[in-house]
Design a protein around this ligand. Structure first.
Ligand code: HEM
Length: 142
């Protein structure tokens, strides 16, 4: 994740507000319809997520002019048993969508870097993942 603000604005770089909304709608259409991770979004409000995600990205990369009013990322995902494979699947869909929309390289890099930096805030690993999914944690005797 970039540590200091850059001069470019992510919405301008993508081609304006309407194009950003189309990009994000394409992203969420793919996430909602995805065989592997679509179930996470079964009860989600797509329009609210599109708005929230645009604000989040706009507040965190480039000139960071946006203002994100939603919950912190860890808190927003706390109730979901997201495993690393789910994370990777969403990340790949983001890579595909940024490519389809011909997002410039420097923007793509910052955006994907931000996404990867959030990984450990949203995923469950090891014993915590097993417990959250209701499996007994088995510990062999020494
Ligand atoms: C890695 C970076 C990620 C970022 C930056 C991110 C960002 C966000 C944001 C900003 C929200 C909206 C919070 C709100 O306004 O209430 C959200 C909600 C959500 N995220 Fe993520 N997310 C990430 C990863 C994931 C992954 C890997 C999954 C599942 C595979 C996921 C599933 C969801 C779902 C289902 C919601 C909606 C929850 C609801 O309907 O209340 N997210 N995420």
């Amino acid at each position: 994740m970039a540590t200091k603000s850059a001069t470019w604005d992510v919405i301008e770089e993508v081609g304006g507000r309407a194009r950003m909304e189309t990009l994000m709608r394409t992203f969420y259409d793919r996430l909602f319809d995805d065989l592997m991770i679509g179930f996470f979004f079964a009860t989600s409000d797509k329009e609210a997520l599109i708005a929230s995600q645009i604000a989040y990205v706009h507040a965190h990369i480039g000139s960071r002019k946006g203002s994100y009013q939603g919950p912190p990322i860890r808190q927003a995902h706390q109730k979901m048993p997201i495993l690393v494979g789910h994370f990777d699947r969403r990340h790949q869909i983001l890579i595909d969508v940024l490519e389809i929309f011909e997002v410039p390289g420097h923007v793509r890099e910052a955006w994907l870097g931000l996404d990867r930096a959030m990984r450990d805030l949203v995923i469950r690993q090891g014993d915590q993942a097993r417990q959250d999914m209701g499996y007994e944690v088995f510990r062999p005797r020494e």
